[in-house]
Design a protein around this ligand. Sequence first.
Ligand code: NOJ
Ligand code: CA
Length: 536
Amino acid sequence: MKEKKQWWKHGVIYQIYPRSFQDTNADGIGDLNGIIQRLDYLQDLGIDGIWLSPIMPSPDADFGYDVSDYHTIDPKYGNLQDFDRLLKEAHKRGIHILMDLVLNHTSDQHRWFQESRMSRTNPYHDWYIWRDASPDGSAPNNWKSAFGGPAWEFDEKRGQYYLHLFTKEQPDLNWRNPDVRAAMLDIFRYWLDKGVDGFRLDVFNAWYKDAELRDNPRLPGLHRRPFESYAHIYDVSQPEMIPALQDIRKIMDAYPDRYVVGETFLADSAHARTYISEDRLHAGFDYAYANSPFSARAFGKAIQYWDSLHEDQAWPNYFLNNHDTPRSSTRYAGANDDARLKLLAAMHLTVRGTPYLYYGEEIGMRDVSLTRAQLKDPVGRRYWPFNKGRDGCRSPMQWDARAFAGFSTAETWLPVHSNYKVRNVANQAAAPASLLNFYKSLIALRRQRPALHAGKLNMVDAGNDSLLVYKRSTPEETMLVVLNFSKNMQSYTLPVEDFNQWDLVFTGNEPITSHMTDATLDLPPYGLAILLSRAV
Ligand code: NOJ
Ligand code: CA
């Protein structure tokens, strides 16, 4: 039987950080109408789905990741009518919409928490994780917040401590309370009923904590942040998470073609994989790939491992960028040179799995560098200067050379990168050799070739440390991807033993590209080649 084509499996997903994509009412903050205005651009880029970072009401202690109401849209982004219009307009263009669900914690301004802190007997008293102080008045256990300081905050009114794995404005929900769990599952149904195509689950493996809240064991050695000094065995990844995912998957499966992808917290690739299956999540994120150094060997190893963890039981996905990490352009490339970014894009869009792109990645936006006073992110504000936080990768989208990069007509919430007059969508759309045009043509090729969007992956030992080489194949076609990670030219002899003829189908859009003479492929520095076998 021919497998049904699943949009999330074969497509490309594009993450939008709504604050920074397009502002339409001159408040310096992106909005839903702005996203609607840019849907034609996204359709032209060739994406299949959008993951929207949180758009529910939030006091912005952590910019949307502290939700004060799960059932509506933050007025700074628009309203439910705007959201319906976004869904409709996106769907018209074949673009699916994923919401970001932040269900580990709420905002401290959420009505539930406001009630919960009033007394030990109110109807919401057990919706959060409250504990008495230790006999000496200190916190109930040794857990630390990922964003600094203890994970416990004393609340004078209630006379108890509450748990927060992130900022103190993000109290953790008590998922062990059946009412909380039921309320959480209702949030899925509510948005599915509105027609959303799926969800990205924020730090889902932290939802359940050890029932006895036991101390985490201390790790030997010195660590920069207290949070890193402990083995996180009791605050995350508890077995109760599995039945919760199974319930979520049942809800998802009651609607056609829906998708749920999870962000694991503090989990290695193998552990992240345990949450993915036919009755758990459809997919999960892998950090080993995103954190690889720029080398054929390192990326090859991460891909091989993540791919083999999935086998043919599940479908991997890959990201190089998100709203929590310095941009890959800033990590791997010089300020003005995009050659390495094209090489990474070629890998990212041709490995087996769903590629995630992060707004601006397609034009090689670089991180902004900010002064202490300009910081917004609670992480940077706390840890400056040794950790400058996550604002760098959240700057406004660079659309054109107008003031504020065409993102807004007023002062923007974070500064626009100073390179915007040169590096922007309008310029790159007009330049045949741009990174944007590279992405567009490769996404189009990926869509056209089943081997690239649906085939299995086999690593090929290139016998050359500078090259990453792999095959993608379906029963109908085989393709070969050859990527040169070095700044020198490299030659590669094609594997003629299995097929005797290859067509070079994609070499990028640089003036000098890879070329083939008989069975030898010559690749320029950071060059690439995608070939199609003529043998069936
Ligand atoms: C992970 C999100 O990606 C991050 O942005 C957020 O700060 C934390 N979870 C807390 O919700
Ligand atoms: Ca706005």
